[in-house]
Design a protein around this ligand. Structure first.
Ligand code: ADP
Ligand code: MG
Length: 400
């Protein structure tokens, strides 16, 4: 017996940011998709053959990953960030089968993830599930509460655990494939809840919001205090290159939760750090809390400066802010590593590289560089690297 269904996704609209972003629907019907995206067992005409009736219409949903251009550790401090969705992403095809389990396969991973429709959001139980990625699947099933079971297939072009939000892309694509509908902000919040339950890490809203609310060709200026967004056009001559440091990163094992607790301690005296100015932050007595507050205050200033520099086409100014952001993350927020520092140092000495910084919280993973056209050849770098373009947010398309 399936528990009473609670549809997520119908919340009050937030005020619009300049240029919008939160108001459009997250999904948009598109035509039948490419052959390669069809679930195994479906025919060219679209009907699933391999599973017993009653089978519903297969649904294909896609979510981009994201790279954060600037504004790290600001989301949970009611500050500002300027990420963009990227043209690497995750797709989920889901075929309802009328059963009471969701069974999901992910290309190249052990599995499948098998989840009862009745699964609860109990974090302690979720975190005992194996394979580990099944925790995300179970948490999404528990938050979306689909009416029916079925089988899903996941494919991704994103590196996992590298700071490009493969987890948010998986959550959002799966949630849409399972039937979640709503405004980007609402979908993002549902998937953020799932991420918290699956990992136990109190991550901010940036990843899920960026992969739901972004527009092609634009970065997304997010004000986390007001929960508004504005689209910021990327200058035509800007190139964004993401370089993997070669260092694995897991937020569970990182000091993410400790940093968040330190920010909360500083905010008890000052109010949300995203609204604090650099002078006030610099006057905090405790030296550790002072450095944390100084990073958040100065980072929000840099986010404003980069958005303005993009508007003015001043890529040199934007790049300088990014490199300064790395220094602040390394020295004041202490979330860098010697490998990330060395990579940023190496990148900014290349001709045509305008700035570089760690991205996606730090503790390993990727660095993002802003460059002149053709300055970095991803294929010539010793670690995996990608020239990424600003993509649109997550979408669902009926298949077959
Ligand atoms: P990031 O989101 O920066 O890639 P996270 O540590 O937040 O790093 O999330 C990575 C985790 O998300 C993986 O270890 C895996 O559990 C899950 N994940 C991401 N993409 C996939 C996928 N395509 N298939 C299965 N699990 C995935
Ligand atoms: Mg993640």
């Amino acid at each position: 017996m399936v528990a009473a269904r609670r549809r997520q996704g119908q919340t009050t609209r937030r005020p619009r940011g300049r240029g919008g972003g939160l108001e459009g629907p997250v999904w948009q019907a598109r035509g039948v998709d490419e052959e390669r995206e069809r679930p195994p067992g479906s025919t060219a005409a679209g009907g699933p053959e391999a599973w017993a009736a009653p089978a519903g219409r297969p649904v294909l949903a896609r979510s981009p990953g994201r790279v954060n251009l600037i504004g790290d550790h600001t989301d949970y401090n009611d500050g500002l960030a300027l990420p963009m969705a990227i043209d690497l992403g995750t797709s989920v095809t889901f075929v309802p089968d009328g059963g009471d389990r969701v069974v999901v396969h992910s290309q190249g991973r052990a599995g499948p993830a098998e989840v009862d429709l009745e699964v609860g959001l109990d974090p302690h139980r979720l975190r005992t599930l194996e394979p580990a990625w099944a925790r995300y699947v179970a948490a999404v099933v528990a938050t979306v509460r689909p009416d029916h079971g079925g089988r899903g297939w996941v494919r991704s072009t994103l590196p996992a655990g590298a700071g490009l939000s493969s987890s948010a892309a998986l959550e959002v694509a799966l949630a849409l494939a399972l039937g979640l509908r709503g405004e980007p902000l609402s979908v993002a919040r549902t998937c953020q809840r799932a991420e918290h339950a699956a990992t136990g890490v109190p991550t901010g809203l940036m990843d899920q919001l960026t992969v739901t609310a972004s527009r092609p060709g634009h970065a997304l200026l997010v004000d986390f205090a007001r929960l508004t967004t504005a689209d910021v056009a990327l200058p035509e001559h800007a190139e964004v290159v993401v370089v993997h440091s070669g260092e694995a990163r897991t937020l569970e094992a990182s000091a993410y939760a400790a940093r968040r607790a330190e920010c909360e301690a500083a905010a008890r005296g000052l109010g949300p750090l995203g609204a604090v100015d650099a002078t006030t932050a610099g006057a905090v007595t405790d030296p550790v809390l002072r450095r944390r507050a100084r990073h958040v205050a100065s980072e929000c200033e840099r986010v404003r400066a980069v958005a303005a520099a993009f508007g003015a086409g001043d890529l040199a100014a934007a790049g300088a802010c990014m490199t300064e952001s790395h220094r602040s993350l390394a020295e004041d927020f202490e979330v860098s590593t010697p490998t990330l520092d060395a990579l940023v140092g190496w990148l900014v000495r290349r001709p045509g590289v305008l700035g570089a910084r760690l991205t996606g919280a730090g503790f390993g993973g990727c660095v993002v560089a802003l460059t002149e056209p053709g300055a970095l050849d991803p294929a010539a770098l010793p670690t995996p690297a990608w020239r990424v373009r600003a993509a649109g947010g997550a979408r669902v398309a009926a298949v077959g």
